[in-house]
Write a protein of this length. Structure first.
Lengths: 363, 130
């Protein structure tokens, strides 16, 4: 049985194409996904991300509990700040990638992916046992609306008393937006400046409508998951289920920097991750740009002289580069030799390896 | 609701065929319904060359959108006599004008399968799917 966000009626009235995503009926696109993508790069886009999970960890030892449960060092995070981190299993495999917000001294909000938040909530509750910390999955109470793009700050500023100039990237502040109490975070998944607004479900529709109205003249458009996926891919951001899985460690994904061995105490997966850090990896996550116009897609093989040397995890036509792009895990040895191709339905299409991200916004 | 012109024939693979009743050469494209399902088309390839002979049901090319890729099939058998280079250069024509400038290729008909659909039959097919 598919679930709906509080904004489903709004999406339907906008003529959205809905798609099932992790058991949720979500807007895939409203019109042209390329136009939505470009609007986020040049003006602003409005996203419904209410399928994401919000798990609160509260108590005098909430930070220590998260230090034990996650790979990051959350107890030293300043109140009002956020951090990208991961939860791994005992063998170091990634269970989810997360953004953790420290709301105040003894209160954290863990934002998890739709497909994983039930598991994350259970794991956090398990791992917090013995700490003075209470884990509450409040995903069913919260909606999440994002405004992303270079004009997002100006659009949001007109609707809130919160001082957005003071709100740094990866920071969060409680405020009122268009009469609605909201947690205002300067985070996102598009490679642009932008905001994520956490509100109780009953406030989602009025908040959405206020933002749509306030932003219309500035070029803000509703944007669906299709645009979100191409935006995050251009920004080189991993997607759980594509680049990340329980079979992959943060080091495999080139994200070893999120693992903080220097924090005090043990954490779940530490021993396995120490081995992973020491052994290095045979495969590396890289960016590929196709020379032709055919698109490398999830699951396609990366080849060199006919032999399979890797696998594409995400691929799409890139609006910003004008060529197809992909992320792929590729054997180190093949990367050194070069001359890579992607097997696109039987034909070997040449690709070039590039540094991630594909796209970086001008400051 | 996408348009389904009355005067065309259709296939279960969401292609349209124009000109069947007029004579020997037909024009083939994909339907507005298919274009909407695909989303923004970014790449069109007809890999059968002009002059090549194709059989009805042969995969003769592909259409890629942001999210997916689909084969293009020959709805009739015969000789490929023209490929729409404009749509190869500007694949978005498939979205903006699927029954007009977004046509894909033309075939001189030698074999006409008996399972082509009328507009009414195609309407029934797509209303069952959406």
């Amino acid at each position: 049985m598919s679930r709906s966000t509080p904004l489903r009626g709004v999406h339907e009235s906008l003529g959205a194409t809905l798609t099932d995503f992790a058991g949720w009926q979500m807007p895939l696109r409203y019109g042209s996904e390329s136009a939505e993508h470009n609007a986020v790069r040049t003006a602003a886009g409005l996203f419904d991300l209410s399928h994401m999970g919000e798990i609160f960890v509260v108590g005098a030892q909430a930070g220590e509990a998260l230090d034990h449960a996650l790979v990051g060092h959350l107890s030293v995070l300043a109140p009002g700040r956020a951090r990208y981190t991961m939860i791994v299993n005992e063998t170091g495999g990634i269970l989810d990638d997360l953004i953790v917000y420290r709301l105040d001294e003894d209160q954290y909000m863990v934002v998890a992916n739709a497909s994983n938040y039930a598991l994350v909530a259970r794991e956090l509750a398990d791992r917090a046992r013995g700490y003075d910390a209470r884990v509450t999955d409040r995903s069913d109470e919260y909606a999440l609306v994002a405004v992303q793009g270079p004009r997002g700050a100006a659009i949001l500023a007109a609707l809130t008393d919160a001082d957005l100039d003071d709100l740094k990237y990866y920071a969060i502040v409680p405020g009122v937006v268009a009469g609605t109490p909201a947690l205002i975070a300067r985070t996102g998944y598009t490679g642009e400046d932008g905001f994520e607004l956490f509100v109780l479900n009953e406030h989602a529709v009025p908040l959405w409508n206020a933002l749509a109205e306030a932003g219309g003249d500035a070029g803000l458009v509703p944007a669906g998951l299709s645009a979100r996926d191409t935006l995050r891919l251009e920004a080189g951001m991993p997607l759980y289920g594509n680049e990340l899985s329980a079979a992959i460690t943060p080091f495999d994904a080139g994200l070893g920097r999120v693992v903080r061995f220097d924090k005090p105490g043990d954490f779940v997966g530490k021993a396995a991750l120490e081995r992973a850090a020491e052994n290095g990896t045979k495969r590396r996550l890289v960016g590929l740009v196709a020379r032709g116009r055919r698109v490398p897609r999830h699951g396609y093989s990366v080849t060199r002289e006919g032999a399979v040397v890797g696998e594409v995890t995400s691929g799409a036509p890139s609006q910003s580069l004008g060529r197809p792009i992909a992320m792929a895990y590729v054997d180190e040895a093949a990367l050194e030799k070069g001359g890579l191709a992607v097997d696109i339905r039987g034909s070997q299409e040449p690709v070039d390896v590039v540094d991630l991200p594909f796209y970086r916004r001008s400051k | 609701m996408s348009t389904i012109p009355d005067d065309l024939s259709y296939t279960k693979e969401h292609e349209w065929v124009a000109g069947l009743e007029d004579g020997r050469t037909v024009t083939v494209g994909i339907t507005a319904y298919a274009a909407e399902q695909l989303g923004d088309v970014v790449y069109v390839e007809v890999h059968s060359e002009v002059g090549a002979t194709v059989a009805a049901g042969d995969a003769v090319g592909e259409v890629e959108s942001t999210k997916s890729v689909s084969d293009i099939f020959a709805p009739v058998g015969g000789e490929v006599v023209e490929i729409n280079t404009a749509v190869v250069d500007n694949p978005s024509l498939v979205n903006s004008d699927p029954y007009g400038e977004g046509w894909l290729f033309r075939v001189r008909v030698e074999e006409e399968p008996d399972d082509l659909l009328s507009a009414a039959e195609y309407t029934a097919l797509t209303s069952g799917e959406s």
